[in-house]
Design a protein. Structure first.
Length: 126
């Protein structure tokens, strides 16, 4: 159960970083399209550690940066003002994150209904 929570938490933060990168993207390439490196840190609850994942922003949607099967799902958007809203899920487990991007970096917080919570930071990589 703890391993599953870690995957969801990591995915959430990854998605947050990616979502943050989607600011201003509707149907054309936006200023934040590309690959982002997201670091997700657990600070409370039954989750622990820090994880780094690549995330892609495509037309305002947050996605996995790599194709293939993934242990979690990512969904989210970034508003024109840079506000990020993202959800990472695996089965009945989920984590939700919020934050903001500005330029080539950003950050925010995340939490899950199971009591895990923490912070995320993103940096543009491509």
């Amino acid at each position: 159960m703890i391993a599953s929570r870690k995957h969801v938490a990591v995915g959430l933060l990854m998605a947050l970083g990616a979502v943050a990168g989607t600011v201003g993207m509707a149907s054309a390439r936006g200023a934040y399209d590309g690959t982002w490196s997201v670091v997700i840190s657990a600070e409370s609850g039954a989750c622990s550690g820090a994880y780094r994942y690549p995330v892609a922003i495509i037309n305002g949607s947050v996605r996995h940066a790599e194709t293939g099967d993934h242990p979690f799902d990512i969904s989210g958007r970034v508003g024109p003002d840079g506000r990020v809203s993202v959800r990472v899920s695996r089965g009945d487990l989920r984590a939700d994150g919020v934050g903001r991007l500005s330029g080539a970096s950003g950050g925010g917080t995340w939490q899950s209904p199971s009591g895990c919570a923490g912070r995320w930071q993103a940096a543009r990589r491509g």
